[in-house]
Every structure is written in structure tokens, then in C-alpha cells.
Design a protein around this ligand. Structure first.
Ligand SMILES: [Zn+2]
Length: 234
């Protein structure tokens, strides 16, 4: 049931990006509008063909990111909202120039996917790398003016139990039914994030002396596939 609510909530969030279509006075719709306002689509601009000029605009939703990543999870919601906050500071006009942005991400499989998809950074073009030594989930930088920001999740936002069980899952120490428990906790956490203003959960800080120090490191653990062959809970 909870899963259904979550899916419905995400569906609302992703399918009704224009709050103006909500009829006034309808409680259910106002709730959807409320949620939608907190996870608006992110507007991006790119070049318009293989050798093209800048100017082609798209809107990216959490649902788009889910398809790229493979599943919807708490890490993806964290990445989507955290980057939304960081990009707002770098692009106050509201349109993210993915040809003008580079990003460092923590190694989580969900965060790294959010990073490359939403910011357009790629390792091979020196606009993306992964490091667990940054002081935040991401550091994002505009190339034209050099402005860099870090974004982090505020203390107490993520339930500690998710981290505790997550560590055990990575070590292969969670049984099938315990994995389901962890999934439920993560869904609850995602729901809470989606119901809250991202500005209440994440803090963006400008980094004045940011140094871009790309490293190629390819031995991070892809933690979201470690339990893929675990039997279902009966
Ligand atoms: Zn994930």
C-alpha cells in the first residue's frame, strides 16, 4: 500500500509540473500541487545538434532520472533535490546550461547518476569525477564565471537506521526480509523528502577557492546491485 502511495505521489509530482492546471478549492489537488511545487522539473539547455548551437531546452523530471538510473530510490530523490538547490544558486535565471557545468560527486551509484544526468558532466571531457573527500554530496561549478558550490544534506534529515541497515546490506549481512524492511524505510524517507521543501533539507555553500582535481578511480562498489540475486522474502 505504501509503495502504491509513493508511486502515486511520484506520478503526481512528475506529471503535473505546471501548478496552474490545478483547479482551485480541491483539497486533493492542492496537496498534489503542494508536492509538485517542491519537486518541479528542472529546466536545462543544450546544443541543438551534433555540431549545433546552444539553445535547445528540455525539462528533466525525477521520473526521467529514474529511467536513466534503473529504479527510484532515496538516493535518487536526495540527488535530485540536492542538485536542484545547488543549480538554483549557480543559475538564478532558472535554466541550467549543461554545456557550462562541471561536477564532483560522492561515489554512491544514485548520486553519481543524478550528477551526470542533471549537470551534463562526463569523465571523458573533464567535467565529472568522483570523490568521497569532498565536503558535501556534490560540488558543482559553473565554467563561465567559476562560481562553485557544495551541497549537503542537513543533519537529522536521513533516519540513522537506514545508514545502519544499509551498511549491513553492503556487507551481505541482511536477510531477504530485512532487505524488504530497509526498502520500506527508504520509501518512507523518500516520501518525507518529497513532501518537504528541499531548502529545509539541504544546505548550499559557496566555495571560494575550489580546486578541480580530477582523478580516475574505478574501484568504487556499485552498492545497488550487490543483493540482486538474494531470494525474495516469504
Ligand atoms: Zn538507486
Amino acid at each position: 500500500m505504501k509503495k502504491l502511495i509513493f508511486i502515486t505521489l511520484v506520478f503526481f509530482a512528475c506529471s503535473q509540473n505546471d501548478p496552474k492546471i490545478t483547479p482551485p478549492g480541491n483539497a486533493e489537488n492542492s496537496e498534489a500541487k503542494n508536492i509538485t511545487e517542491h519537486i518541479n522539473a528542472i529546466k536545462v539547455v543544450d546544443t541543438d545538434f551534433s555540431k549545433g548551437r546552444l539553445g535547445l531546452e528540455h525539462e528533466i523530471t525525477l521520473e526521467d532520472l529514474e529511467k536513466f538510473h534503473g529504479h527510484l530510490c532515496d538516493g535518487l530523490v536526495v540527488g535530485y533535490q540536492a542538485l536542484g538547490e545547488a543549480l538554483k544558486v549557480l543559475y538564478p535565471g532558472g535554466i541550467i546550461d549543461r554545456t557550462n557545468t562541471r561536477i564532483v560527486s560522492k561515489a554512491s551509484p544514485c548520486l553519481t547518476d543524478a550528477a551526470v544526468y542533471m549537470c551534463g558532466g562526463r569523465y571523458q571531457f573533464n567535467t565529472f569525477y568522483v570523490s568521497n573527500n569532498i565536503g558535501g554530496l556534490f560540488v558543482v561549478q559553473r565554467l563561465d564565471n567559476g562560481k562553485a558550490v557544495s551541497v549537503n544534506m542537513n543533519k537529522g534529515v536521513k533516519p540513522a537506521e537506514i545508514n545502519r541497515l544499509g551498511k549491513l546490506a553492503v556487507k551481505g549481512e541482511l536477510g531477504s526480509c530485512e532487505l524488504d524492511e530497509l526498502k520500506k524505510l527508504e520509501i518512507g524517507f523518500s516520501e518525507n523528502l518529497l513532501k518537504t521543501k528541499p531548502s529545509e533539507n539541504f544546505t548550499v555553500r559557496e566555495i571560494k577557492d575550489f580546486k578541480w582535481e580530477p582523478v580516475l578511480k574505478n574501484d568504487f562498489k556499485k552498492t545497488d546491485i550487490l543483493n540482486k540475486n538474494k531470494p525474495r522474502c516469504n
